[in-house]
Write a protein that binds this ligand. Structure first.
Ligand code: SOE
Length: 379
């Protein structure tokens, strides 16, 4: 098996999900490459060393530029706050590295364009970790739509609800809380949560033509963890938008970190002429399916348990009936990346796909300000 030497930047929640994916992939998928955890990079040498020991990284760097220059690294994996994705990715592309980048791709569309230009100029394989595409039930939804089972699509409805920032005492900025700091995150729920919903939607239902949005920042000021001062909150705490897809279907998207009781409730429902599908992250191994062709008296929603060997990815795991979860989506993403580079194909979603999501986010944030419908630019 050929080696694929990984250099990870960042050791937070996402550094862990990616590392777990790299470590497990060869146990479950037959692949031509084996990821090797070569180096972890973080500003704090102690934290990086601690992470290296726990996850099995061979070495530690404290400057990502050094990591990017290293001859023994094939893939730069970016798991840092959003504000540093572009600088690292562009330098990595110039150094000829393959790049995996945590979502969202960038702070905004114009920055994303520079990243796309860099990877396309360098012709390096690149991918963005929109992991929910790799939930087997979501992949099955894609297959059912591709087979034409839903017929003409009328409605797309998505939500991503959380409740972890309701407390006014929660600071913004710094480790774990950079998602609340607009300088680090670029936006709030739009780039963090709706970006997932948009990525899945574009994949399942095609491009979005225009949007009409509203956003709200419920807590206007928070202490900044790094400066110690109370500072204005620049992110959107909640966002809801309407959209027209190019295929004529209508959509509603909603996300908030103020839905008391919901921790990470990502749901979507798609209604077509012949059938509908619905999915819920809290029950991620099921796909709800309604087929109007079913015989009248027994027609109804079916809860498909996505654990059979003919379901996407499932033959690589346990035996029928035994389900998998969130962490496995990252294993799948690594497997798909390796399969794509082995075949010389474009790993998906790549930077250009993720730029399309970024353009939708830009139009959403613009519409919330202008209070008008805004057209979406296309990648
Ligand atoms: C935010 O809480 C977050 O961790 C996102 O950043 C992830 O992308 C999402 O999958 C879960 O929620």
């Amino acid at each position: 098996m050929k080696k694929l030497n990984i250099g990870l930047v960042g050791y937070g929640f996402m550094g862990r999900t990616h590392s777990n994916g790299f470590r497990k992939v060869n146990n479950f998928f037959d692949l031509e490459y084996q990821p090797v955890l070569k180096a972890i990079c973080a500003r704090s040498g102690d934290k990086a060393q601690e992470f290296a020991t726990k996850w099995g990284y061979e070495s530690v760097e404290t400057d990502w530029r050094k990591l990017v220059e290293r001859k023994d690294i094939d893939v730069i994996d970016i798991a840092t706050p959003n504000s540093s994705h572009a600088e690292i990715a562009i330098a990595a592309a110039q150094a000829g590295k393959m790049i995996l980048c945590e979502k969202p791709l960038s702070m905004d569309g114009p920055q994303g364009e520079k990243m796309v230009a860099a990877v396309e100029k360098a012709k390096v394989p690149n991918m963005v970790w929109y992991n929910y595409r790799r939930v087997p039930a979501v992949t099955l939804a894609k297959h059912l739509i591709q087979e034409g089972r839903l017929g003409r699509i009328f409605h797309y409805r998505a939500k991503f609800l959380q409740d972890w920032t309701i407390s006014k005492e929660l600071p913004q900025g710094g480790a774990g809380l950079w998602r609340l700091d607009v300088k680090e995150a670029g936006s709030g729920v739009t780039g963090d949560l709706l970006a997932h919903c948009i990525d899945t939607a574009l994949w399942l239902n095609g491009n979005i033509h225009d949007v009409s949005a509203m956003t709200e920042t419920f807590v206007k000021e928070r202490k900044h963890s790094l400066s110690g001062k109370v500072e204005k909150v620049g992110i959107d705490d909640a966002c809801a938008f309407l959209a027209h897809f190019d295929n004529g279907s209508l959509a509603t998207f909603e996300s908030t970190r103020y839905a008391r009781g919901h921790k990470a409730l990502y749901t979507f429902e798609i209604n077509g002429e012949n059938a509908s599908i619905a999915w819920d992250l809290h029950d991620l191994h099921r796909l709800q399916y309604f087929d109007h062709k079913d015989e009248g008296q027994i027609r109804g929603w079916r809860a498909l348990h996505i654990t059979d060997s003919d379901h996407p990815y499932m033959k690589n795991w346990w035996v029928p009936g035994l389900q998998i979860g969130y962490e496995h989506t990252f294993v799948h993403q690594v497997a798909d990346f390796i399969q794509a580079i082995t075949k010389g194909e474009r790993p998906r979603p790549d930077f250009r796909d993720a730029l399309e999501t970024q353009y939708v986010c830009d139009a959403v944030l613009k519409s919330a300000q202008t209070r008008a419908w805004e057209n979406v630019k296309h990648a």
